[in-house]
Design a protein around this ligand. Structure first.
Ligand code: ADP
Length: 453
């Protein structure tokens, strides 16, 4: 049963059900029609005997005259004299009337040689002016001989209903086979993908039924898988690329210094270039490690009840103190905003957004940091009036290593395009999201939103 395909199971179930229903119908027909015909036949015997009885008259002294046929509608009749000696008529050959008691007005069922007979007797008193004579009319019908209608009905059902069951079974099998056909398509697609052959493969079913919807869900999942694999691949290749550039510079500088550096100054310049590049590599590795940890330990956040207001104040103060610029940082922080979260990660999120605002602001620009909380949500946002981000770039800046062209030309020393990816990851780990609103050349607003349940 376990190894049976669903289409076979469904077909089998309906076929068995149909057979049961048909069986029940046949049995019902047999019982009902049997009893109907039995009463019908009994009535037939009674009414035929009664009709003949009314048409018997006395002729001469003891001569009986019968107006009508003594064999009618399968009923055989015999007229007896009062002492039960037959006067007229005969029974069917296989019926023996002798020994059967005469009872007027009652139908008896008599079985002879396993054949049922209905026997009906009627006592009739015949009179004319002078005489009186009592006769008996006995009518007999064979119970099994007449129910032709029932038999033919039953036989018809017996032959047609199994045929119907067969048609239903075949039809059911064909329909379920048709219905499950897309499953094969689904299996092939899933197999191709799990073999790692082709991640871009989709099932692509157009139907809107259950299987169509299932296929759509799978397609969605395959698309996300493909995206995830692609971005993983991209990340590895980007990371290698980012590492290769400083290493190439270091190699070139060392070779140059070994061959050509004559003065102490030349050596120092080479060393400081090497130091700068090594620093870049170190930073990159720190970032990569941080990412890997977030990916691996995402579920194990150090969550605690945090005073987000104090945290935001602290981050703003620290950054403000570390900057020597003419950019002004304004804060509007609602007191006593709390949430459950990882303090280190949320600090990183806030400082990343504020650092970016500094980095991409014009001189003498303004930055606004706001924190609000209401019943619906908690919002932390950072706005600047800096270089802004084009609509196209807004969809890409959260990708790892992505840097907008406008940002590359701005003073982006040491930046690697990893900050926002990290920010988004942290937001997601807190069931929040990062919203960006920006106009190129005018400024940007990044908002971290967490819905309050
Ligand atoms: P990084 O700042 O190191 O380049 P991020 O991931 O923090 O990397 O940012 C990715 C890109 O998003 C930046 O290169 C820049 O193009 C754009 N960006 C981020 N923040 C801002 C901002 N406040 N204003 C303008 N552009 C921004």
């Amino acid at each position: 049963m376990k190894n049976m395909s669903i289409k076979l199971k469904v077909t089998l179930w309906y076929t068995v059900l149909m057979i049961l229903v048909v069986g029940a119908v046949l049995a019902f027909m047999w019982i009902i029609s049997g009893s109907v015909i039995e009463t019908d036949l009994k009535q037939q015997v009674t009414s035929t005997v009664n009709a003949i009885s009314n048409n018997i008259s006395l002729e001469d002294e003891d001569q009986v005259d019968i107006d009508g046929n003594l064999i009618q509608n399968g009923v055989y009749m015999v007229v007896y004299q009062d002492d039960k000696a037959p006067i007229k008529g005969s029974f069917q050959g296989n019926f023996l009337s002798d020994g059967i008691e005469f009872v007027s007005g009652k139908t008896q069922t008599v079985t002879q040689n396993s054949i049922d007979f209905y026997v009906y007797d009627r006592q009739v008193t015949l009179t004319d002016e002078e005489h009186q004579l009592t006769v008996w009319v006995r009518g007999v019908a064979e119970a099994n001989a007449v129910p032709n209608l029932m038999k033919s009905l039953f036989m018809m059902a017996l032959f047609t209903l199994p045929f119907l069951v067969l048609i239903a079974a075949i039809g059911g099998y064909l329909i379920s086979r048709q219905a499950f056909k897309p499953m094969d398509k689904l299996m092939v697609a899933a197999n191709t993908i799990s073999d790692g052959k082709d991640l871009s493969k989709r099932i692509g079913l157009e139907s809107k039924d259950e299987i169509g919807r299932l296929a759509k869900t799978f397609d969605g999942m395959f698309a996300r898988l493909e995206n995830a694999f692609e971005s993983e691949k991209q990340f590895t290749s980007d990371a290698s690329h980012e590492l290769r550039t400083p290493i190439t510079v270091i190699l070139a500088q060392t070779e140059l210094a070994q061959k050509n550096a004559l003065t102490l100054e030349d050596h120092q310049e080479a060393l400081s270039t090497i130091h700068r590049q090594a620093l870049k590599i170190s930073q990159l590795i720190t970032h990569l490690l941080a990412f890997t940890r977030l990916d691996q330990d995402g579920a194990k956040l150090q969550k605690s009840e945090l005073d987000l207001s104090s945290l935001a104040e602290m981050v703003c103060d620290e950054i403000k103190a570390s900057k020597q610029t003419s950019i002004i940082l304004n804060t509007q922080i609602q007191p006593k905003v709390t949430m459950i979260g990882d303090q280190i990660l949320l600090t990183r999120l806030m400082s990343n957004l504020i650092e970016n605002a500094y980095q991409y602001s014009h001189e003498k620009g303004h930055i606004w940091v706001t924190l609000t909380q209401d019943k619906k949500d908690t919002k932390f946002s950072v706005s600047d009036v800096g270089i802004g981000i084009s609509a196209e770039d807004q969809t890409k800046i959260f990708q790892r290593f992505y840097q907008a062209e406008s940002a590359r030309t701005a003073k982006t020393k040491g930046s690697m395009g990893l900050g926002l990816a990290m920010v988004q990851k942290i937001a997601q780990l807190h069931q929040g999201q990062i919203d960006v609103k920006s106009t190129l050349g005018k400024g940007s607003t990044f908002t971290f939103i967490i819905k309050n349940k």
